[in-house]
Design a binder for this molecule. Structure first.
Ligand code: C2G
Length: 136
């Protein structure tokens, strides 16, 4: 049983996210997705359109996803790899070479997959003239 782990915000879930999750799952048998909490995002100056609970619910409905856990800090990754017995951490290529992930190579395989071009949460928001959720 090869266990895969990936991290992300996954706001305004789109086909670029799905492409990443599908390819990540194809590398193993069990996919854990660490979804960033609203508090963690605020610390990064990010406000999501969907709350953590809403983003978690969307991720749990995806056939490739086996478990969703909260991403609450930059520092939790090594513990996640140990706690969930992870063989491979997978991220999109925008993270390639980042020290946020490279150090995990001492613990597990780290794989960067090509990003899906021409789609992003930011682009969707810009195209729709959205900033943050109106009733948030
Ligand atoms: N992604 C992709 N193609 C896109 C958009 C996103 O492959 N067109 C990938 C990203 O590379 C990432 C995942 O989908 O691996 C989730 O993307 P985001 O929700 O934008 O995640 P991010 O803000 O990069 O958060 O600790 C790491 C962070 O939680 C990552």
């Amino acid at each position: 049983m090869k266990r895969i782990l990936t991290y992300g915000t996954f706001d305004l879930l789109h086909y670029g996210h799905i492409n990443l999750l599908r390819r990540a799952k194809a590398l193993g048998d069990y996919l854990v997705v660490a979804c960033s909490t609203d508090e963690f995002n605020l610390g990064k100056g990010k406000r999501c359109y969907f709350s953590y609970e809403e983003r978690k619910q969307l991720l749990e409905s995806i056939r490739y996803v086996d478990l969703v856990i909260p991403e609450e800090s930059w520092e939790q990754k090594a513990n996640d790899v140990r706690e969930y017995h992870i063989d491979t951490v997978v991220m999109g290529s925008d993270w390639e070479g980042s020290e946020r992930f490279e150090y995990l190579k001492d613990l597990c395989e780290v794989v960067y997959l090509p990003r899906t071009p021409e789609i992003s949460t930011t682009q969707i928001k810009n195209d729709l003239g959205l900033s943050a959720r109106r009733d948030a």
